[in-house]
Design a protein around this ligand. Structure first.
Ligand code: PMP
Ligand code: GLN
Length: 380
C-alpha cells in the first residue's frame, strides 16, 4: 500500500536521532533536553499516594479541578493574570499536545503563520497538517533577537497566528517588556492569534523576569499560553502540560483536546496540584539551573568553543567555528562518535538548514556529567 505523506519534508525528530546515536556510541548525552537526575522524592510519593487512593480512572476532560485551581493561582501570583479554572485552563499530555491543539484550533487552509527560526520542531509540521502556510522570520544571529519591523512587514490579511517561545529553545534568549510592547502595537486591531510557548518560564537567569503573555491583558485575550510541568519538576517523561486561554479560545481548544487524548493521567495531576502548594519549588528553579549554567561555562573556560549568551532554558549554544568548518550536523555526529559527547545541531530548526557553526548543549545534568563532558570538550 502506498500512502501519500502529509509531511513529505519531515523526517524523524533530531531529539530521537541524537539520543539514539548517543546510546549507540556510549556518548554523554547533552543533546535531547532532559535531566539525568531524579525528580523530587516527595512528588513520587504523592503519585503513589494518589494511585493507592484509587485516583486511577479517567480525569475530567479539562483536567482535575484542584490542578486547574493551583495553576490559576500561580498565573495570578506571578503574572497578575486572571484565568477561570473552570473555563480557561486545560491540562494536556505535555506542551506538545497543547501546541497541536492550539495550532489546530486556529489555523485553517491557507492561513499564514509567523514562525521565528530557529524554531522548536513541533510548530511547523502542525501548521502544515492544518493547511496553514508558515512564514518564517529569522531571529538575528548571534543574540537571536526579533526584528519587529520585519514582523510588521510580513503581516498580510492572511496572517492568522504568531508563534512565540520565551525563554527560547534552542537559543536561550528571552523576550523583554519592550518586545511585548512592540508585539502589542503590531497586532492591535488585527485578527491575529498568538501561541506563546513558555515551557521554560521558571528557568530564567541573571535576575531577568519572565514576560508571560498572560501578564499583558491586551495580548492575553488573543493568546494560548502553554507550559509544561516536565521542565519544572524534572519529569519530562510524565508528559503533562497545560494551556491558558480565554473562554472562547479554550472552548475550541478543548474540542480538539477531547479527541487527541480526552484526558491526562489522573494520579499525576493530583500530585502536581499538591506540590504546586509549595511555590518555592518552582521559584528556586532558576537559581538551581543558573548554577549549572555557570558551572558548565566555567569548566569550558579553556576550551576553543565560543560561548553564546544564555539567558534562560537549560540549553547552552557553543560556537565551534575555531575548531571545525564542518556543517553542524556533521560536526555533531563526529563529536558524538569520536569524542563521545552528543549535542544538537541547530540547523535542523531552520527550514533552509541555516548553519552558524554552533551546537546546542543541554546542561540539565548532574555536576559530574557536566564535568566529564567539559573535560572532553576542552581537549578538542
Ligand atoms: N516547547 C519547547 C520549546 C520545548 O523545548 C519542549 C520540550 N522540551 C516542548 C515544547 C514540549 O514539552 P513537553 O515535553 O511537555 O511536551
Ligand atoms: N524539548 C526537548 C529538547 O528540546 C526534547 C523534546 C523531545 O524529545 N521531543 O531537547
Amino acid at each position: 500500500m502506498q500512502l501519500k505523506s502529509k509531511l513529505a519534508d519531515v523526517g524523524i525528530t533530531i531529539f530521537a536521532i541524537m539520543s539514539q546515536l548517543a546510546r549507540e556510541q556510549g556518548a554523554i548525552n547533552l543533546s535531547q533536553g532532559f535531566p539525568d537526575f531524579n525528580t523530587n522524592p516527595e512528588l513520587i510519593q504523592l503519585v503513589e499516594k494518589y494511585m493507592r487512593a484509587e485516583c486511577n480512572q479517567y480525569a475530567p476532560m479539562q483536567g482535575v479541578p484542584q490542578l486547574r485551581e493551583r495553576i490559576a493561582e500561580k498565573a495570578s501570583r506571578l503574572y497578575q493574570a486572571k484565568y477561570n479554572p473552570d473555563t480557561e485552563i486545560t491540562i494536556t499530555a505535555g506542551a506538545t499536545e497543547a501546541l497541536f491543539a492550539a495550532i489546530s484550533a486556529v489555523v485553517q487552509t491557507d492561513d499564514e503563520v509567523i514562525i521565528f527560526e530557529p524554531a522548536y520542531d513541533a510548530y511547523m509540521p502542525v501548521v502544515k497538517l492544518n493547511g496553514g502556510i508558515p512564514r518564517f522570520l529569522k531571529l538575528k544571529f548571534p543574540d537571536y533577537h526579533i526584528d519587529w519591523n520585519e514582523v510588521k512587514d510580513i503581516i498580510t490579511s492572511k496572517t492568522k497566528l504568531i508563534i512565540l517561545n520565551s525563554p527560547h529553545n534552542p537559543t536561550g534568549t528571552v523576550l523583554s517588556a519592550t518586545d511585548m510592547q512592540s508585539l502589542q502595537e503590531i497586532v492591535r486591531n488585527k485578527n491575529i492569534f498568538i501561541i506563546s510557548d513558555e515551557v521554560y518560564e521558571h528557568i530564567i537567569f541573571d535576575n531577568l523576569k519572565h514576560e508571560s503573555l498572560a501578564g499583558y491583558p491586551e495580548l492575553a485575550q488573543r493568546s494560548f499560553v502553554i507550559s509544561s510541568f516536565g521542565k519544572t519538576y524534572h519529569t519530562t517523561g510524565w508528559k503533562t502540560g497545560y494551556c491558558l486561554a480565554p473562554a472562547g479560545l479554550s472552548a475550541e481548544f478543548q474540542k480538539i483536546h477531547q479527541f487527541l487524548t480526552f484526558a491526562v493521567n489522573t494520579p499525576i495531576q493530583y500530585a502536581y496540584a499538591k506540590i504546586l502548594e509549595q511555590p518555592e519549588l518552582y521559584l528556586n528553579l532558576a537559581q538551581f539551573y543558573q548554577q549549572k549554567r555557570d558551572l558548565f561555562l566555567n569548566l569550558l573556560d579553556s576550551s576553543r568553543f565560543k560561548i553564546l549568551a544564555c539567558k534562560g532554558t537549560y540549553f547552552q549554544m557553543l560556537d565551534y567555528s575555531a575548531i571545525s568548518s564542518l556543517p553542524d550536523i556533521e560536526f555533531a555526529r563526529d563529536l558524538t562518535a569520536k569524542y563521545k559527547v552528543a549535542a544538537i545541531p541547530p540547523s535542523v530548526f531552520y527550514h533552509k538548514q541555516d548553519d552558524h557553526k554552533v551546537l546546542r548543549f543541554c546542561f540539565a545534568k548532574k555536576d559530574e556529567t557536566l564535568k566529564e563532558a567539559a573535560q572532553i570538550l576542552c581537549k578538542i
